[in-house]
Ligand binder design. Structure first.
Ligand code: ADP
Ligand code: MG
Length: 339
């Protein structure tokens, strides 16, 4: 999934207090589980009247998820379809992520594009080492990029060129939260906070009847600086994810290149936007749009958001004087936790 492991999570699901009881008529108790998945951590908190240990089931669901859409597994469905293995067939997870990706590509005029993989690699953010990139190389790789060049038909990936590759890194981790949430719902559990490497889905309320709190991280000056909290939001039945350009990047001649690629020109995005946090009804949507806004930059995103009231976003930009400038959509105001 997201490369560079958990050094790079941006949001931290912050459970601010653990009080006894779950604020319900039944004898509900609070459970918390943490572990490793997708090259990062997971942390899940939920309320239940059942003592059953759900962690083995969660771990096995996470493994199933990887077998579908993790490019790190050479035998996963995504890897096999990318490698033109005709015996591979998309499963429900792959189909859901693919379909949502296409929807968001169309809605964002191609800012979101799961075929950017060859460019991600060339610019040194993928599996291979950074190549010496020049305009001719970008032009040639761009012939392998474009969401209209791929489609799914009866579980088979149809590509206009066999070298085209699918990269779900900008969206799949968010979907993991939604997918795990379905499991908790089938167990009759409706109050939970699922955090996978900073992609967070909240449902219901905290044990003490309060809303779930999630922190937005203050961008660090460089990739290794300590994490500090920018602000805390209170959420109910919402997902929140962040894309940032301040942990995964490289600098060349004083310019910082982020790991988000602008599919319209084939270059890593270069603007003052340090991070974008998106709040949506589900986590797959939030995760796709954090990437979209990273590509669009602040001004274009503002225009887009006016027509998309179902999305809220919090932007942190570099003010070029060692500080930050903040912009957030009107719906964020009432979510901010007051001290
Ligand atoms: P983060 O890793 O910062 O949380 P994202 O959710 O934006 O962020 O995912 C970034 C990953 O998405 C990149 O590493 C790359 O694999 C992929 N990616 C880069 N540019 C695009 C794009 N324009 N559309 C879709 N995916 C992209
Ligand atoms: Mg994303």
């Amino acid at each position: 999934m997201k490369r560079l492991n958990w050094c790079f999570f941006i949001l931290i699901g912050l459970i601010l207090s653990f009080l006894s009881g779950c604020g319900d008529k039944k004898e509900l108790k609070i459970f918390k589980m943490t572990g490793a998945a997708q090259g990062t951590y997971y942390a899940i908190t939920y309320c239940s009247d059942n003592n059953e240990n759900l962690q083995p089931a969660v771990d096995s669901l996470l493994k199933q998820f990887d077998r579908s859409v993790s490019e790190y597994l050479p035998t996963s469905i995504i890897s096999r379809l990318n490698n033109n293995d005709t015996t591979a067939t998309a499963d429900n997870i792959y189909e859901t992520v693919f379909k949502k990706s296409m929807e968001v590509s169309a809605a964002s005029d191609g800012a979101f594009d799961i075929t950017v993989g060859p460019l991600v690699d060339a610019w040194g953010f993928g599996f291979s080492k950074k190549a010496k990139v020049d305009q001719a190389m970008v032009d040639s790789l761009l012939t392998l990029v474009g969401y209209r060049k791929v489609r799914l038909s009866k579980g088979k990936l149809i590509k206009t060129d066999p070298r085209i590759r699918i990269d779900f890194d900008g969206i799949a981790q968010g979907y993991t939260c939604d997918w795990l949430a379905q499991f908790f719902e089938t167990k009759g559990i409706h109050n939970y906070l699922i955090d996978i490497g900073g992609e967070v889905l909240s449902h219901g309320q905290k044990p003490d009847g309060q809303l779930w709190s999630v922190a937005i991280e203050m961008p660090a000056k460089n990739a290794v600086d300590e994490r500090q909290i920018q602000t805390i939001l209170l959420l109910k039945d919402k997902a929140i994810t962040t894309a940032g350009s301040y942990r995964k990047y490289y600098e060349e001649n004083g310019t910082r290149y982020s790991h988000t690629i602008d599919p319209s020109n084939g270059y890593p995005v270069k603007h003052n936007l340090l991070s974008v946090t998106v709040i949506a009804n589900d986590c797959i949507t939030a995760d796709a749009y954090d990437t979209v806004f990273m590509v669009m930059g602040l001004e274009k995103s503002k225009g887009f958001l006016v027509n998309h009231p179902e999305l809220q976003a919090y932007f942190i930009s570099d003010d070029q004087h060692g500080g930050f400038t903040i912009f957030y959509t009107p719906g964020i105001e009432k979510l901010i936790k007051q001290n």
